[in-house]
Ligand binder design. Structure first.
Ligand code: ADP
Ligand code: MG
Ligand code: MG
Length: 876
């Protein structure tokens, strides 16, 4: 038997998303639970791949299965495709496994031509409706299939409206529409050199092929790249009998969410338009009405819809995003899918659904996207500054957050400015899929038109980007690059601020502050902590960073870098003298000047951490980084050190390295100059002893030796550190404990980890350097080609962002296994960028790490990801 390429809606279900696409699978599911779904069938994603493999041709087998299903559809609807009296019209809708809003296009009213349009007019006794449907069809077909810009058609429509002084397109009469149809067909002929295809069968196969082709249009590719969606899964095509929201005042179309997608509040949230079809609501053609008003206009339909929405949410156990159409007071369901929501809404909905008994705590945690929490960890406007700010206008609070920046009026301008490091805001009449790149690049989006479900609003919420939509008081002039409001004009480059949570627009830039983890966020974090087994530490170099991290739930510091302390302006002269010393005595003298400052640094951090564990890494970067480059700075240093300028230049040049990353850095420095390690150890120990004595914190300093690749590097320095530590303990008569361990960041170290663990009391994987050295990719230069690698499929993700499980991961696993062979309880963590990346965290959990350490703002993300790792663990 040949392969099944086409499924009737009643043959599918919600679990078949890979084959039928999300839209098709859910249409099938809704059909099977008895909801009013217009009948139809789905051509599978496999047919899409087949089409591309067969050099963009539909095979005979696929075509014949489509024809057979069309016959079934004709029987079900009691209409005939292309029939002059009783014609069947269909929509052709794309739908991939993962929803890609606005990425691919839909064609409505397919099957109309000069004859069937008359049939429809007669049958419905509504000529206006028939020609309204026809003009829509020609435009969508021209746009999607023949790639003729929508604007060409819009211009004709606008001109007719202007000529007749109409406000809305509902004012167009049947005769106007007939003329428009005529003009549209002309556009098609001019643009393609061919007549508009009148044979419905041709229309259908051209449309299906166009959907398959659109899988590879630039917008779709960009969206997939940004969202890590594979390029080979293909899209399905749904062919569905039409129902009509444009039949008059007792018809309409709308979209609604079962909960508020911006806040998570449990209340039907949506919009509709009377006498409208398809994308009218989303495209911002007329300002839609709030869904609650449907209750006034058609109460029975409203209640039926409300009940259906509730049923769907219970059925799917998640917030739904629903598209519907009303034809002569009869409700039809056209789509349902999991609703995209802001992070705040996701948290609230998850907590409330658990309270409602709809889902368990584990389910609530598992469905949250840890990275999306980032949206909530970013600054909000400072209340005082906000109070003083001048409000310019108020639009819809389409996507929460606070954003400040210079205004730009095109996606290109925004991209160009943000490459230069400018803070930008994108201001447009309304956005369209062509603006995606700019929407990614900007801090926030302001549109003059469109509702809460407009393109700008939906996409911004998905991206977690601040957006104020439908701000009708501002008059945007995209060509002049300006907008005006209340008689004031704002030009490209002017600063304004947007509050996406209130919809308010302010003049100038407004100061922002850090948010707090309270309410639903706090609840989710508490739940996460009960399931998580891995500890979460932070990378912090200052007491302030440490405090922020503790506020976000950090349980210790996994990496305190000491080089930042060396860069401090007041210390730099001593640091430079230390580096350029010719004798050990000179060096010791310079180090003695640095010692009290280092001690204060560490003490500040110990106090901020209130006894939580702190791992301090000894000096790591190549020394030349601390030396002056400017002539005047070199001169002043020369004077300071009592040498000639020329001699100073020679010394500095001597310290330059061809490849500093692989040069004299890390433990190699301390082997050459043990006095540096001695000074740092002394500072760490004295600080801990003082903090303990003053506050009673039981501090056990963890001293970490970086860049070890040879066991003897560690044994040599371990002795230096221990001798110093013991010496300090004696001097201060303290019995404080301390640990000496190492970074695992040189591939060789992971391979001899059993030997290293004989000395080391802990390991911390430095996955940044480990990745750099395993791939042989310079961290500072790889950005340039990793993008190419991703585009050409050489790499699927940036190994500096998400751990490369196959290679670097294997080294981590080897290091853990060998290390614990020697010391079964060896404490092991990770302190690279990967410590804050959810996918990497899942890996570290399975590799058996005790903790991950990440930047302060990543701590809540790591807490949730660590909980998810434990929840997903089936071996526990
Ligand atoms: P998108 O994926 O961009 O949302 P859809 O395929 O869902 O595109 O189509 C967009 C809109 O077109 C739907 O929300 C609905 O209003 C309308 N539509 C699609 N199919 C039909 C149909 N068979 N009858 C009436 N309207 C339809
Ligand atoms: Mg669309
Ligand atoms: Mg849709």
């Amino acid at each position: 038997m040949s392969k099944k390429w086409v499924y009737l809606f009643k043959e599918g279900n919600a679990d078949m998303k890979a084959l039928l696409g999300g839209k098709g699978a859910n249409l099938a599911e809704m059909t099977n639970i008895g909801l009013p779904v217009p009948q139809g069938f789905t051509v599978t994603t496999e047919a899409c791949s087949e089409y591309h493999n067969q050099s963009k041709k539909l095979s005979d087998d696929i075509v014949s299965q489509i024809n057979n299903s069309l016959k079934v559809l004709e029987d079900q609807c009691q209409k005939k495709f292309g029939d002059k009296k009783n014609p069947l019209l269909v929509s052709v809708r794309s739908g991939a496994k993962i929803s890609m809003p606005g990425m691919m296009d839909t064609i409505l009213n397919l099957g109309l031509n000069d004859e069937t349009v008359i049939g429809i007019a007669n049958e419905t006794q509504n000529e206006r409706f028939a020609y309204d449907s026809y003009r829509r069809f020609i435009q969508m077909f021209g746009d999607v299939v023949q790639e003729i810009s929508k604007e060409k058609f819009d211009r004709v429509l606008e001109a007719t409206k202007e000529k007749n002084n109409y406000k809305d397109d509902t004012d167009l009469t049947a005769d106007d529409l007939k003329e428009i149809v005529f003009a549209y067909k002309d556009i098609i002929k001019q643009e393609t050199g061919k007549e508009f295809p009148l044979d419905p069968m041709d229309q259908l196969s051209l449309a299906i092929e166009a959907v398959f082709r659109s899988w590879n249009n630039n917008r779709a590719i960009t969206y997939r790249n940004k969202n890590d969606i594979p390029h080979d899964i293909g899209t399905a095509v749904n062919v569905q009998s039409m129902v009509y929201g444009n039949m008059g005042d007792d018809s309409g179309t709308g979209v609604a969410f079962t909960r508020n997608p911006a806040t998570g509040q449990k209340k039907l949230f949506g919009e509709f338009l009377i006498n409208a079809q398809g994308e009218d609501v989303v495209a911002g053609i007329r300002t839609p009405k709030n869904i609650d008003e449907l209750n006034d206009i058609m109460p029975e339909v409203f209640h039926q819809f409300k009940d259906t929405a509730e049923l769907l949410e219970k059925h799917y156990k998640d917030m739904q995003d629903i598209e519907f159409t009303i034809e002569k007071r009869k409700l039809y369901m056209l789509q349902t899918r999991t609703g995209k929501r802001t992070a705040a809404a996701a948290l609230r909905a998850a907590v409330e659904m658990e309270e409602e008994g709809l889902i368990t705590k584990k389910e609530a945690l598992a469905r949250l996207d840890p990275l999306s929490l980032d949206q909530l960890l970013h600054p909000v406007f400072e209340e005082k500054a906000l109070g003083q700010a001048k409000k310019l206008a108020e639009g819809l609070p389409a996507s929460p957050g606070a954003a400040t920046g210079k205004i730009y009026f095109t996606a290109e301008a925004v991209c160009a400015a943000s490459i230069k490091g400018e803070e930008t805001l994108l201001v447009r009449k309304e956005t369209s899929p062509e603006d995606i790149e700019g929407m990614y690049a900007t801090n926030g989006i302001l549109t003059a038109r469109g509702g809460m479900t407009s393109h700008a609003a939906v996409v911004a919420r998905g991206m977690g980007k601040c957006c104020v939509a439908g701000c009708e008081n501002i008059k945007v002039n995209e060509t002049e690059k300006q907008f005006s409001v209340n008689g004031e004009t704002f030009n490209e480059g002017d600063y304004i601020s947007l509050d996406g949570s209130t919809g308010k627009v302010y003049q100038g830039s407004i100061k922002t502050v850090n948010p707090e983890l309270s309410g639903h966020f706090g609840t989710i974090m508490d739940w996460a902590d009960t399931y998580r087994t891995m500890k979460i530490r932070t990378n912090a170099d200052t007491p302030n960073d440490a405090l922020v991290a503790v506020g976000f739930g950090a349980e210790g510091i996994g990496l305190c870098r000491t080089e930042h302390m060396f860069f401090d302006e007041k210390r730099l002269p001593s640091v430079r003298r230390m580096i350029l010393s010719e004798t050990k005595e000179q060096r010791k003298k310079a180090l003695a000047e640095i010692l009290p400052m280092q001690k204060d640094d560490f003490k500040g951090i110990y106090l901020a951490m209130e006894g939580r564990p702190v791992t301090v890494r000894l000096l790591d970067p190549p020394l030349h980084e601390f030396l002056p480059v400017e002539e005047k700075d070199i001169k002043s240093l020369a004077k300071d050190m009592n040498v000639s300028y020329e001699d100073m230049v020679v010394v500095i040049n001597d310290l330059k390295e061809f490849n500093p990353m692989l040069g004299h850095r890390g433990c190699r420095l301390a082997i050459t100059y043990p006095e540096i390690a001695e000074m740092q150890t002394r500072a760490i120990m004295e600080a801990a002893i003082e903090a303990k004595e003053e506050k009673g914190y039981n501090i056990i300093p963890e001293i970490m030796i970086p860049l070890v690749g040879i066991n003897e590097e560690l044994t040599y320095l371990d002795k230096v550190v221990r001798d110093t530590a013991e010496c300090v303990k004696n001097e201060k008569q303290s019995n404080i404990d301390y640990l000496v361990g190492t970074m695992m960041e040189i591939p060789r170290a992971t391979l001899i980890a059993d030997e290293i663990a004989e000395t080391a009391e802990f390991f911390s994987f430095g996955t940044n350097d480990l990745t750099q050295m395993t791939f042989g990719f310079s961290r500072d230069d790889a950005g340039k080609f990793i993008t190419d690698y991703k585009e050409k499929g050489v790499l699927t993700s940036d190994p500096f962002q998400t751990i490369d499980v196959k290679g670097v991961g294997k080294l981590v696993e080897t290091g853990v296994k060998l290390g614990r062979k020697t010391k079964p309880k060896l404490k092991i963590g990770v302190c690279g960028e990967h410590g804050g990346d959810p996918k990497s965290i899942y890996f570290f959990y399975n590799a058996g790490l005790d903790y991950v350490s990440c930047s302060p703002f990543r701590v809540p993300i790591a807490r949730l990801a660590a909980a998810q790792a434990a929840i997903m663990d089936t071996h526990k």
